[in-house]
Ligand binder design. Sequence first.
Ligand SMILES: [Zn+2]
Length: 312
Amino acid sequence: MIIDFHCHVWMEEWLPEPFWQGIVDIFAHMLARHGMKLPKEEVRRQFFPAFWDPTAERLIASMDEAGIDRAVILPLDYGLTLGEPPVSIEEQNRIYAQLAQQHPGRLIAFASVDPRREGADRLFEVGVKEWGLRGLKLHPTVGYYPSEEACYPLYRKAAELGVPVISHTGPIIAPLKSKYAQPIHLDDALVDFPQVQFVAAHLSFCWWTELANLAGTKTNLAADISGWQLTARDHYPFFCQTLRSFLNSAGSDNLLYGTDNPAYRSLISDREWIQLIRDLPHKAPEGISFTEAEVEAILGGNARRILGLSER
Ligand SMILES: [Zn+2]
């Protein structure tokens, strides 16, 4: 079974405009670096329509194409800091829950709420108990540390409800702030809530060594590898070395496949990303080895355990 532990379903009205501006800026910046100077309005016109997927049809189609059985969809709550989008975070959580209901056995939806919102823990609880959400996504880059007191009512609920918490880690585009996303800031929560399974998103990108050591010294921290697909494609030896080092420190049962789509879908297909992982046992450079069992665990076995899914 292949499980994408980290993706999103996007609509323009679901997220604040400054976030989209940040995406336009970084796309334009990266294109210019590759010798393609495009006006920002043009970047928006060319790349954005492919993001919009209010019914999750595009997501399901790309899962089918790549052979992905299930995907965890994560709402994002940036509103308190970046300005409230036209669709409220409560409504978004509800929409995500409905998408999961409309695609049973394919989509698993998490809740997302900024812990500094009044009634955040209540929204999380209602989302899980009444709407069928299966975990919590935090995005501290809007200006809080995941170790802050404000987060604790949510962790208490996660413990009570028996669901995992995934937190963004690693540097991120403006106007979001990277310093809140260093893996070390998860440490208090890991210690104070040993019964909660935490997941650090994106293998913390450049902070992966800190994450590997943290995950290796705690019993309740895993990581997803979403966002690494271009590194894997363009710098395969480095990718293999990084993964091997992480697995050596943190254990083979703590790494989860993910895409962070729709962000990367236009740049590399899910099929190619999965193949890069499947190739690890026979294409890793001399001196670095992976087993088929590790590949199976990364692609789905570990996620199945964390999500409490049955074998089939
Ligand atoms: Zn993401």
